[in-house]
Write a protein that binds this ligand. Structure first.
Ligand SMILES: Cc1cc2nc3c(=O)[nH]c(=O)nc-3n(C[C@H](O)[C@H](O)[C@H](O)COP(=O)(O)O)c2cc1C
Length: 184
């Protein structure tokens, strides 16, 4: 079992990082975390190389992530909400999934990566609606062939509480971990 995890938070001890620590504590197999604020991955520049070619012209840390996407079973997107969206750096990383979009829609090829399960964890300082960020996360997961996405974890009010304060979070984390550990 292989799980690829995208962490959209810059805060090493933040709520997103803590949620991921709880997930990985009981995750079977191996996992790889891409920290959007601490990685050598630049944003897609719409160079259009992938309109005609497989892969991506930008030779940076994303090449390793593309390889992992080919073989992994699960993908987790975990992010704070910034201005109702995934964080900017995470969107930079996610923009590099454009090569999969172009494979399907422009080159009429099926990207080879196998079907995967997906999970989304979002945290926010306020109590607002997280649907916009969730929709973006699901779009990204679908681009990399996540054909099933489990019930998300939305955690609010981080301005006045910490994610481990909440009993419901523990249940949700367990549900997500059990889901990821199931053989698809
Ligand atoms: C630039 C910026 C924009 C933010 N926008 C929102 C927002 O739209 N909605 C919200 O609920 N919280 C917002 N927040 C609060 C963060 O989501 C909150 O601090 C969260 O706990 C950060 O996650 P972390 O603890 O994993 O780092 C924003 C924070 C920053 C720095």
């Amino acid at each position: 079992m292989k799980t690829l995890i995208f962490n959209g938070s810059p805060r090493a001890q933040g709520n997103t990082a803590k949620a991921l620590e709880l997930i990985t504590a009981n995750l079977q197999g191996e996992y790889h975390i891409v920290n959007a604020y601490d990685c050598d991955i630049s944003a897609c520049t719409d160079c259009r190389y992938c309109w005609n070619n497989k892969g991506c012209s930008v030779n940076d840390g994303m090449q390793e992530v593309y390889d992992y996407i080919q073989s992994c079973d699960n993908v987790v997107i975990a992010s704070p909400i910034y201005f109702s969206e995934l964080t900017g750096k995470l969107l930079d990383v996610g923009s590099r999934f454009q090569t999969y979009y172009c494979a399907r829609k422009i080159r009429n090829e099926q990207p080879a990566e196998k079907p995967k399960k997906g999970a989304v964890i979002l945290v926010g300082g306020g109590d607002g609606n997280m649907n916009k960020a969730y929709e973006t996360a699901c779009t990204l997961l679908e681009h990399i062939n996540c054909t099933d996405i489990c019930k998300p974890l939305f955690y609010h009010d981080t301005n006045s509480s910490y994610i481990t304060d909440d009993e419901e979070v523990k249940l949700s984390i367990k549900q997500i971990t059990d889901y990821l550990n199931e053989v698809y």
